[in-house]
Design a protein around this ligand. Structure first.
Ligand code: SAM
Length: 255
């Protein structure tokens, strides 16, 4: 099987990190779940793009008329369906779809959510009703920069323009209004080296999909033990091993 981005997520099968022990310190007041819950009405139809194992939909989204979670990974959708059964929640379904080749109905959804996944704002605009909301949270260029610099590679490591700016401009170009971009800063403290190691093994922080065609193999690197130990030694604090995260949030509305 090819070692593509899709294969990476098929192998991961879920996006649940509850077994990794860490403490978070948020330096920014931008909470995606709170925004979704504040804006959503009971009558809403919500689309969650790149839903993973449906963890966020099932744990953080409100009860509304309809929620559809989509992902291009069959394995993620299978996990999401199992999680749905266990949750006992209603009016929620999951199916496969490529975010860059959306086949959802025109002017159908009241809200489209995309958390840590790629987007095509033109296709999102088409599937939103007039007045509908777009809520995006992404991983930005400077995310985990210290560790990427030490390893000399990683997600967006060679980017010249922050992903947040690219998304922001594309959302404006697609015709959205009330477009607001907020940088999100978080400090994560991993309780033990094993917790940080587990994270780096499971999320594409030190892998860079963006350097290759989505259909092509990306170059997978094993985590070098000497570099990992150096990072841990240099970033151990009384609160744990520090990893500085840089995310961004965007809210926008279709006129
Ligand atoms: C980092 S995970 C985020 C999962 C979930 N949104 C969350 O925040 O917990 C990214 C998800 O996006 C999916 N994904 C990546 N590219 C995609 C694409 N082009 N179309 C659909 N899903 C995609 C992956 O399969 C993966 O499940």
């Amino acid at each position: 099987m090819k070692n593509t981005e899709q294969h990476f997520y098929d192998e991961a099968k879920n996006w649940d990190f509850s077994d990794i022990k860490r403490t978070d310190e948020s330096l920014t007041d931008w909470d995606m779940a709170a925004i979704i819950n504040k804006l959503a009405k009971k009558s809403f139809r919500i689309l969650d793009l790149g839903t993973g194992g449906g963890e966020k939909v099932l744990n953080c989204f409100p009860n509304v008329k309809e929620i559809l979670g989509t992902d291009f990974s069959e394995a993620m959708i299978e996990t999401a369906r199992q999680n749905l059964k266990k949750s006992g929640r209603e009016n929620i379904s999951f199916r496969t779809m490529d975010n860059l080749n959306m086949d959802t109905q025109d002017e159908y959804f009241d809200m489209v959510v995309a958390r840590h996944t790629c987007i095509d704002p033109v296709q999102i605009y088409r599937t939103l009703k007039p007045g509908g909301f777009l809520i995006v949270r992404g991983v930005d260029m400077m995310d985990c920069f210290e560790i990427k610099r030490l390893f000399g590679r990683g997600q967006a490591f060679r980017d010249k323009i922050p992903i947040s700016h690219i998304d922001y401009e594309a959302i404006l170009d697609a015709g959205f209004k009330d477009v607001e971009l907020v940088p999100i800063h978080t400090r994560e403290y991993y309780h033990a080296p094993e917790d940080l190691f587990a994270l780096l093994n499971r999320v594409p922080i030190l892998e860079d999909f963006s350097e290759t065609d989505p259909e092509e193999d990306f170059l997978h690197h094993e985590i070098e033990p000497d570099l990992f130990e150096k990072y841990v030694a240099e970033h151990t604090t009384p609160k744990g091993i520090l990893l500085i995260r840089r995310y961004y949030g965007i809210t926008a509305r279709k006129p």
